[in-house]
Design a protein around this ligand. Sequence first.
Ligand code: MN
Length: 319
Amino acid sequence: MKKQYEGISLHEQVWKLIDESHYITLITHINPDGDTLGSALSFYPSLKQMGKNVSLVNTSSEIADKYDFLPNFKKIKNALPAKCDLLISFDCGSFDRLGIEKGDFKIINIDHHKSNTMYGDINIIDVSCASCTLIAYEVLELNHAITKDEAVCIYTGLAEDTGFFIHSNTDELAFKYAAKLISKGVNPAEISQNLKMRNSLAKTRLTAVFINSIALLNDATIAVGTITQEDLKKTGALKHDSEHLVDILRNLATVELAIFAMEEKDGTFKVSLRSKNHLDVSSIAQSFGGGGHKRAAGFETPQTNLETIIKKIIEKAKA
Ligand SMILES: [Mn+2]
């Protein structure tokens, strides 16, 4: 960055760069979750109020309806706008997960993934934050008092990334922020209901199909489950209806490593990995070109033979 950015904190640099920019794009990662969406949406109102031309972007073909209660959700567009001088990405470990081409814009990269490739001009990567929305909170708070609409977005990311406060990243800070967000007007039960109690019958039927696919390996310490394109067709479920399935594998008593493979339209696989106590799945995912966190990671592979993929994952896990 330019010399004028020396000597001020990264958070202050963000506001300085926002101040100098006119066309700002808030971008979320492909196959978006509540954390990436909540982070980007939490930034929208204040930038708009500053008179900036603000766009919200996600390049995936579908976004789960369950996020439709988030303020400004309907403003999310599928592609980059014609004009953009600043791109702010949220919860995205690598540039390719944004689904866009590089362009003539500065990038602020706000994320909490250990595997982040530092692709921004400014990188705010804090792996100690349970969700990316907590980093968003800290940056926004430097500029103004957090509003209820922002708090709803921030809480959504925090709740989802901690598995509604049960995963190993659920720490004192997570609860401190949860309490602060509730004091800003967040209603946790209402948000949980929006996110978890609006399932379609198709999604529920997909769960049943998935359960039948489960296999246990390695003295039942590894669980593998798959969803094929045929399963989606049969049940009428959408791709994002599968996002909770990997937890069913990890929830099995003896399982340390959960492997969920989702067949893509072209016959390749998207693989989600979860571990329970000690395995670092982020490094396994990285060896396949993906990334993530210690207990939750994933990758996409051009490989179409599932058995080969599983064999390779198990080899890496054993190492
Ligand atoms: Mn996240």
